[in-house]
Design a protein around this ligand. Sequence first.
Ligand code: SF4
Length: 321
Amino acid sequence: MSQNSTTQLRVLLAKPRGFCAGVERAIEIVERALALYGPPVYVRHEIVHNKHVVESLRAQGAVFVEELDEIPEGAVTIFSAHGVSTAVVEEAQRRNLPVIDATCPLVTKVHKEGRNHARKGREVILIGHAGHPEVEGTQGRIPGGVHLVSRAEDVAAIDVRDPEKVAYVTQTTLSVDDTRDIIEALRARFPKISGPDVRDICYATQNRQQAVRELVAQVDMLLVVGARNSSNSNRLREIGAESGVPSYLIDDAHGLEPSWLENVRTVGVTAGASAPEKLVQDLIDRLGDFGSVSVEALAGVEEHMQFKLPRQLTGTVASVG
Ligand code: SF4
């Protein structure tokens, strides 16, 4: 689509979109740690899955590593919002690393559920995507091993000791619909299975998915601002695609391909839970290169969720600077 000032583009914004309380908290933890202890502070894994967030924190003195052995003795160490396994916690203790845990409290809740099931002698099935850091962390928090399933078809192949003693937990950022299918398959195979229904899927994931369902009914194309490795951003794009609307996941405004706008009059825009609102505003500016743009936000759920900061960081910043 070439630049054309007579083209009218209507932009509809999903609500809610972008940062959730867990991501806000994780970013604030790194910023407060930098203010309190001074740079560098070390963060195991990207604090949240967004390169813009990571680059901004890196510029302030955060150092991102994948493994604890990359962290010098005694350096302030932050665990990312996705959570870590017990083995990582123990390694940090062994190395006397001063740790601040930015794991989202909703992920911690899933860890606790899983451990409770294991304590009661149940084998735990985790619904999630292999290799995702949240899944690795949750797997590594539940003693006795965890069966991982990511599709309803996987359920038939699970090999358990006692089909009467099984439970499931889920990754927080899955699609509510996909999870429902997997849970149905689990209940069909293990009628006595214990689990949280779909409640492990966090409020932010559910709200953003619901907002996209409402949005895609009204648009010709969906743009999701978010990182490729962001689970919840991928699910938002999938919801758009499943409803038959061309749907694209882009890191930022540069990812927009002009050809996508052919014959498009109404563009739906949302953002994953780790994508800053500035990226959405940049995208709207870029859409302005292709015509005159009117922007409306859908009425949607207001979010008021807030999580407490870790004890080490509360009430002391003012006395440091
Ligand atoms: S998406 Fe949900 S679980 Fe993940 S950080 Fe945000 S609130 Fe926490």
